[in-house]
Design a protein around this ligand. Structure first.
Ligand code: UDX
Length: 432
């Protein structure tokens, strides 16, 4: 099929490349000339394992084209995916839909024959209705159908999540369109994905409801971890014991620092905003969001206790600073709270992250990036295991720190307390 993906950011690029890899002809459109130029020269602006190889393969076989020419892309395509960003607005919790509506206004004049217009961007309930009104001002209603088809891609696992999703959610009552999208997704459905259709608003809500629920699940286990620290219970056992109940499920029950990323915080807050708009209270999601924000402060207190509030000229080393492994994304990462906080207390901060140096820390004089684990840990007073990158899972700390008394604060439960005790290492951990 011929499809056009509008917005070549994280979602658009992964969606475009993966659809191309299924044999479709894909126009990937963006109004950022520099970004399109880079993509045409094979440079990918995002850190997503496997994406560069997939992009190159499909670019060479001309299944995917990168262009700023929206008109040509729309006229040549049957299905148009809107994949532009919907960031949180400055003032509050609402999603900023300006880019989405700008796309709707731009494409409506090019609708020369029947087009399926798909919102893949995460948009609040009823956004599809508003897009439809905008397009209808210039295009005949019989010439298009606006459909919701939310993505459930996790950063670092996006290609796998695209190819092997639990479900494909399509929001439309138009039988013809349901068939068209079922054909487009056929290779994925044939591998076992559930093709689930509902109303457009239903599909829009499923996205927010899913992310807010997963975020709530994480806040729930994080609060249980706080109790476990006080009653000397291992939260990992609690997670496993709970997760064996199929109604609960074992995934997204790992205690850690506050949840971060570009989605959980944004989407949970956007759902609260939708609740406000429709005078429906989301007290549970609200408390999960608040609990997550409080957790960042709670972790600074935990580190103060570990360090007996002595920070002046102490070397605090962060293993990982991104919000999760296999990404370079720093958005809403807990390290963005912890590092400035301990700098102010007079600490010297070092960090190593497999995804590389972070510009965001350049403004601090006493934050130093190291390019490997041994150098960054040498002579540290406190080592904070912040992100669970695989290479942090079996470090011989005694060998590389070369200091008698150093401490470890394991925020991801990567190590066993008994082993650390045997090594006579002062080991602290979330939830134990
Ligand atoms: C999330 C959703 O999983 C995905 O379906 C949606 O499309 C986009 O948002 P992502 O934000 O990439 O994906 O990351 P995810 O793997 O969900 O983790 C989000 C946050 O929760 C991270 O900070 C992670 O560290 C944290 N987390 C996740 C936990 O603390 N414990 C867990 O068990 C799982």
């Amino acid at each position: 099929m011929k499809i056009c993906v509008i917005g070549s950011g994280y979602v658009g690029l992964v969606t475009g490349v993966c659809f191309a890899d299924l044999g479709n002809k894909v126009y990937c459109v963006d109004n950022d000339i520099k970004k399109i130029k880079n993509l045409n020269s094979g440079y990918i602006p995002i850190f997503e394992p496997g994406l560069d190889e997939l992009l190159k393969r499909n670019f060479i076989s001309k299944r995917i084209l990168f262009t700023t020419n929206l008109k040509k892309a729309v006229l040549s395509s049957d299905i148009l995916f809107i994949c532009v960003g919907t960031p949180i607005t400055k003032k509050g919790d609402a999603a900023n839909l300006n880019y989405v509506f700008q796309v709707a206004r731009s494409i409506r004049k090019f609708i020369n024959k029947f087009k399926v217009i798909v919102t893949k961007s995460t948009v609040p309930v009823t956004t599809g209705d508003r897009i439809e009104k905008i397009i209808n001002l210039k295009a005949k209603k019989k010439n298009f159908e606006v459909v919701s088809n939310p993505e459930f891609l996790r950063e670092g696992e996006a290609i796998r999540d695209f190819r092997y999703p639990d479900r494909i959610v399509v929001g439309t009552n138009n039988k013809k369109v349901i068939k068209i999208l079922e054909n487009l997704y056929a290779p994925i459905i044939n591998k076992g994905a559930k093709y689930f259709t509902t109303s457009r608003r239903g599909a829009e809500l499923i996205k927010y409801a899913s992310n807010a629920f997963l975020a709530t699940k994480i806040s729930y286990i994080n609060e249980l971890a706080n109790l476990c620290e006080k009653i000397k219970v291992d939260i990992t056992d609690v997670s496993v014991g709970m997760g064996l109940d199929k109604r609960i499920g074992s995934r997204f029950l790992r205690a850690g620092p506050a949840f971060g990323g570009s989605c959980f915080p944004k989407d949970s807050r956007a759902l609260l905003d939708t609740g406000k708009k429709f005078k429906t209270e989301f007290s549970i999601v609200k408390s999960a969001v608040e609990s997550n924000e409080k957790r960042r402060v709670l972790l600074t207190k935990r580190i103060q206790e570990i360090m007996s509030k002595k920070f002046k000229n102490k070397i605090i080393t962060f293993l990982g600073v991104t919000f999760k492994p296999n990404t370079d994304d720093m958005r809403e990462s807990t390290s963005l709270t912890l590092i400035p906080y301990f700098l102010k207390k007079g600490a010297i901060i070092r960090y190593y992250d497999p995804s590389g140096k972070k510009d965001i820390f350049n403004k601090y004089k006493k934050v130093f990036y190291y390019s490997n684990i041994s150098d960054v840990c040498l002579k540290s007073d406190l080592i904070v295991i912040h992100t669970e990158w695989n290479e942090f899972k079996s470090i011989e700390f005694r060998k590389i720190v070369k200091k008698k008394n150093f401490k470890i604060f394991d925020m991801r439960g990567l190590y066993s307390q008994n082993l650390m005790k045997k090594e006579k290492i002062n080991y602290y951990c979330i939830g134990k």
